[in-house]
Write a protein that binds this ligand. Structure first.
Ligand code: KIV
Length: 283
């Protein structure tokens, strides 16, 4: 079994040019399969709102939702670096609120670090959490929790003015003490520049090549049906496999094909004894 990664391992991997592969997971079995496959890290993203709870976005997701899913993932992947994602409303009010909720991830769900969205505007939150001794991954570029302000789920940094903002955010995240940065949906040229500029590892979701890649498990497994972003490579079609299995099961039940003899428990006393028993109750 592979040893759980530490921040030092992630730094070493960056220096050695060894890519980090990570996914989101929200439940025990997915976490278990990810660990068995040798995943470097798992993010319990607030995307759980869409991927497992059926919300339209991440805004309704609560701390309780996140903690409960992190606990399930930790049970499934005891030897994997796990990142708790701070949901909307858990760090927006104050540095104190941010620290209190970050602490909950570690104490109640045994996560190894937390992630939160934003750069310059949440620099004091990142600093407060790192000052509390908690490892932080920053998240900039397309930040889904503020997609309303961004005009939707839109790629960022595509013009020079906006790219400057993304670079300022990257510097702010590193300066505040985060140990790594996730960049979402920006052009690969900008990601490459930021990766070169920063000392900390820079990871991408939909942002091209850098120190490692994140994908949402429900996207790569072909589970999430509402939409698939351009940057997703789909590795399986779990939705099709599940639907087909359910259709076959329904057919078997309706036709009386299931359960056949191999799927039942057999009596251990002679059948005549059972017939006597049934006779006692017959009207
Ligand atoms: O919640 C999540 O899965 C995320 C990714 C979109 C990066 O934050």
């Amino acid at each position: 079994m592979a040893k759980k990664k530490s921040i030092l391992d992630l730094m070493k991997m960056k220096k050695a040019g060894e890519k980090v592969a990570w996914i989101t997971a929200y439940d025990f079995p997915t976490a278990m399969f990810a660990e068995q496959a040798g995943m470097d890290m798992i993010l319990v993203g607030d995307s759980l709102g869409m991927c497992t709870l059926g919300y339209k976005g991440t805004i309704p997701v609560t701390m309780e939702d996140c903690i409960s899913h992190c606990q399930a993932v930790r049970r499934g992947a005891p030897n994997t670096w796990i990142i708790g994602d701070m949901p909307f409303g858990s760090y927006q009010s104050s540095d104190e609120q941010a620290v209190d909720n970050a602490v909950r991830f570690l104490k109640e769900a045994d996560t190894d670090c937390i992630k939160l969205e934003g750069g310059v505007r949440i620099q004091s939150r990142i600093r407060a959490i790192t000052d509390a001794g908690i490892a932080v991954i920053g998240h900039i570029g397309l930040t889904p929790q503020s997609s309303g302000q961004l005009g939707g789920f839109k790629a960022q940094g595509r013009d020079v003015k906006n790219a400057r903002g993304v670079i300022e955010d990257a510097l702010a995240v590193q300066e505040a003490g985060a140990f790594a940065l996730l960049v979402e949906a920006v052009p690969p040229e900008l990601t490459a520049f930021i990766t070169e500029l920063l000392d900390i590892p820079v990871y991408s979701i939909g942002a091209g090549d850098c120190d490692g890649q994140l994908l949402i498990s429900s996207d790569l497994l072909g589970q999430f049906q509402a939409f698939t972003p351009k940057f997703v490579k789909v590795y399986a079609n779990v939705a099709e496999v599940c639907t087909k299995a359910f259709e076959e099961y329904i057919k078997d039940v309706k036709e009386g094909v299931f359960p056949s003899d191999e799927y039942v428990y057999h009596v251990i006393d002679p059948i005549e004894e059972f017939e006597k028993l049934f006779k006692e109750y017959k009207k």
